[in-house]
Design a protein around this ligand. Structure first.
Ligand SMILES: [Zn+2]
Length: 102
């Protein structure tokens, strides 16, 4: 069971009280003219996601609380959350618990 805390309203609960929203901090290809974005950049934006062994930044929705999205940092090996932070904030500096190499 995952234990989460919403950084917006303070609601606590398990993963059934929240909704997973995928990887956080994915930047949309920057361009004022969409036709200037390469197919490779658009494909990466839509489909390529990290699958790290270790710390992973994720989006979660406070489904049974305030209804706001927030970010969390979770260790994918231990399933332990290391940090919760609001949208628009940078992830807090957290020590790496595992090497990214296999
Ligand atoms: Zn909340």
């Amino acid at each position: 069971m995952l234990l989460l805390i919403c950084p917006v309203c303070g609601a606590e609960g398990d993963e059934t009280d929240f909704q997973y929203g995928g990887e956080a901090h994915i930047a949309r290809p920057a361009s004022s003219t969409p036709e200037a974005v390469s197919e490779a950049d658009q494909y990466a934006y839509l489909h390529v996601r990290a699958n790290p062994k270790g710390l992973h930044h994720e989006q979660w929705l406070c489904a049974r609380g305030c209804g706001k999205w927030f970010n969390a940092t979770r260790d994918t090996v231990t399933m332990e959350f290391k940090a919760f932070y609001k949208m628009g904030e940078k992830p807090p500096r957290t020590p790496r618990t595992r090497s990214a190499k296999p």
